[in-house]
Structures are given as C-alpha cells and as structure tokens.
Design a protein around this ligand. Structure first.
Ligand SMILES: Nc1nc2c(ncn2[C@@H]2O[C@H](COP(=O)(O)OP(=O)(O)O)[C@@H](O)[C@H]2O)c(=O)[nH]1
Ligand SMILES: [Mg+2]
Length: 183
C-alpha cells in the first residue's frame, strides 16, 4: 500500500519495490507532544482525519490486528500521537494521529491538540506521507482542507481514504465517489 521513500532508494529502478509486511506491526509509544515523539529519523506515514473518521480502524485493518490501534465509539478519545513499527524496525513507522473536530471537548483542549498536530505536521522530518481519512458522508471539511494544505506546503503525498460507505443508502456510495472524484 505505501512505499517508504528511503526504501525505494535501496532498490534499482527496474526492481519491484518489496512489500512491507504490515501484520508484523507493533506499538512503540504514544506521545502527547512533538518533543516526546520517537527520534525523528527513518520514515513514517501518518493517518489523519476527523475524530471518529476511522483512522484506528484503518490501521487495524491494514495490519490485520483487531486491537493494535484503539478504536472507539466515543469520538475524541485518542488524544495522543501513537507510533507503530513495521517489521520490527522502529525506523519504519505508522502513526495514528489525534482526531480533531470533536465538538464536546472543551475549546482550550481542542486548541492544545491542534497546536501539537500542526507542530507535528509542519516539523516532523521523517513524515513522508499522509493517509487522510474522511467519512464519505461528510468529506472535505474545513479541517480536511487544512490537512491537505499542510501536505501541499511540504509537497508530501496524500492518500485519501473514504470510510463508512456501508452507512450510505443503496446506490449512494458510487454516486458519492463520482462526486468526490470531480472535486
Ligand atoms: N460502519 C462503519 N463503521 C466504521 C467504519 N470505520 C470505522 N468505523 C467505526 O467508527 C468508530 C470510530 O472508528 P475509529 O477507528 O476509532 O476512528 P478514529 O477516531 O478516526 O480513530 C468505531 O466504532 C469503528 O468501529 C466503516 O467503514 N463503517
Ligand atoms: Mg483513533
């Protein structure tokens, strides 16, 4: 699914890029601030999106582990930046970012999360790409646009992953995807 840039350089252009074995993923650490994140070396791909969009579920699906990243029915519970290594190599990481946009969290707490998230997105050198999750019923919110802008500023690739298509009425998923493709 993802190609880590440093890995590409390890292989001649005409060789296929090796697939990473995501089910080997394991938890490294949860960090409340950029300063407490693991060393900023190697490469990582972060999963971003509104609270409850399905970030943790996507990481669990990718790694085929039910409870690697915690999922929750209560939006806004994941307030930390969670790091996972791939293939027992801590220089290759998946990152579960704190959700944003949960209305019931006090304003001051929200501002604090957004500050840490912005700091991470602007300054994390080893961040190589974003997977931006959007609930297909409410795509491209102001916050999603902000994430796209951060990625654009860093010229970083973004993979948009639409979730909860099963919650749309019959026939609507295809329509929504067409509409999204035009944006
Ligand atoms: N129906 C449905 N539920 C989903 C989907 N993706 C995630 N969920 C559920 O939505 C809730 C929030 O998911 P979670 O992964 O914790 O979101 P996060 O806050 O972005 O990490 C959980 O109850 C998940 O089981 C999906 O594609 N369809
Ligand atoms: Mg989560």
């Amino acid at each position: 699914m993802f190609v880590f840039q440093d890995q590409v350089h390890d292989y001649p252009h005409d060789s296929p890029v090796p697939r990473l074995n995501y089910p080997t993923a394991s938890f490294i650490i949860s960090a409340p601030t950029l300063a407490l994140c693991p060393d900023d070396t190697g490469a990582e791909v972060a999963f971003a999106g509104r609270s409850n969009a399905g970030k943790s579920s996507a990481i669990n699906a990718l790694t085929q582990q039910n409870a690697l990243a915690r999922t929750s029915r209560t939006p806004g519970r994941t307030q930390l930046i969670n790091f996972f290594s791939v293939m027992n190599d801590e220089s290759r990481r998946l990152v579960d970012l704190p959700g944003y946009g949960y209305a019931k969290v006090p304003e001051a707490v929200k501002i604090e999360w957004q500050k840490h998230l912005a700091e991470y997105l602007r300054n994390r050198f080893s961040l190589r790409g974003l997977v931006l999750l959007m609930d297909v019923r409410h795509p491209l919110t102001e916050f999603d646009q902000m994430m796209l802008d951060y990625a654009d500023q860093r010229e970083m690739p973004v993979h948009i992953l639409l979730t909860k298509a099963d919650k749309l009425k019959k026939g609507l998923p295809a329509l929504r995807c067409k509409k999204f493709a035009r944006v």
